[in-house]
Ligand binder design. Structure first.
Ligand SMILES: O=c1[nH]cnc2c(O)cc(-c3ccc(F)cc3)cc12
Ligand SMILES: [Mg+2]
Length: 214
């Protein structure tokens, strides 16, 4: 049996990072993934682009689809303005359990709500359950097949407003062709591609930023 990769990543955070210091948590995960074991965090290079978009939007309400170990959750939450709140949906309970501990180690648990379950099941209930009117920012980083159905569901549920910013990871690797075609062709979105690399590798990847126009 032994430990899982997320558990080993968590141990690296607890051994290397300072409690309450989100920058040291980010650095510890990047070090672990670069020198010990690759893991599917957005990483430092794409993370820098994520930081710049989050800082520009400065969201009061943010949604993340796909928590994994909480790396991008910490990157986003550390940049939220006062009163800002991030809801992150994770299907895998083992990932969610590790993420909660990583987020707590960073001292950001008060700004973040980790919700376990399928994004498609939860999206229709976010308003009633969390008192959300609409999202200012959405980070898509879960399963490539769900990017398109989930933004259509967000639209249908009225959870996007004029100016909501969507940022999608892995639009090149593993790739989300149907999502890209939709946001780039739709009159309801203004899209821009930020070229980068797959986390901790030299493979091409990038982020697609799409502003919902209503
Ligand atoms: O499944 C994924 N969800 C979210 N993010 C991912 C991510 O950033 C990278 C990858 C990934 C990319 C290449 C590879 F050879 C194996 C896995 C998967 C996910
Ligand atoms: Mg990703």
């Amino acid at each position: 049996t032994g430990t899982t990769r997320p558990q080993r990543l968590l141990r690296a955070v607890q051994e290397r990072a300072t409690r309450g210091d989100s920058e040291s948590v980010i650095a510890a995960i990047d070090h672990f993934c670069r020198h010990q074991e690759w893991a599917m965090n957005v990483g430092d290079e794409k993370g820098f682009i994520l930081d710049s978009v989050v800082s520009e939007v400065s969201p009061q309400t943010a949604l993340e689809l796909g928590t994994y170990c909480g790396y991008s959750t910490v990157r986003i939450a550390r940049l939220l303005p006062p009163g800002g709140h991030l809801i992150t949906l994770e299907f895998n309970p083992n990932y969610a359990a590790v993420a909660r501990q990583v987020i707590a180690w960073a001292g950001l648990e008060d700004m973040v709500q980790v919700v376990e379950g399928a994004s498609g099941d939860w999206i229709p209930h976010l308003r009633e359950h969390f008192g959300i009117e609409s999202f200012d920012f959405v980070f898509l980083d879960h399963w490539k097949e769900l990017y398109l159905p989930d933004i259509k569901l967000l639209e249908e549920c009225g959870l996007l407003r004029k100016g909501t910013v969507l940022l999608a990871d892995n639009v090149v690797c593993p790739g989300t062709p149907d999502y890209l075609e939709y946001v780039r062709k739709s009159q309801s979105y203004e899209s821009h591609y930020f070229g980068s690399h797959l986390e901790y590798t030299r493979a091409e990847d990038g982020l697609e930023k799409s502003v919902y126009l209503g």
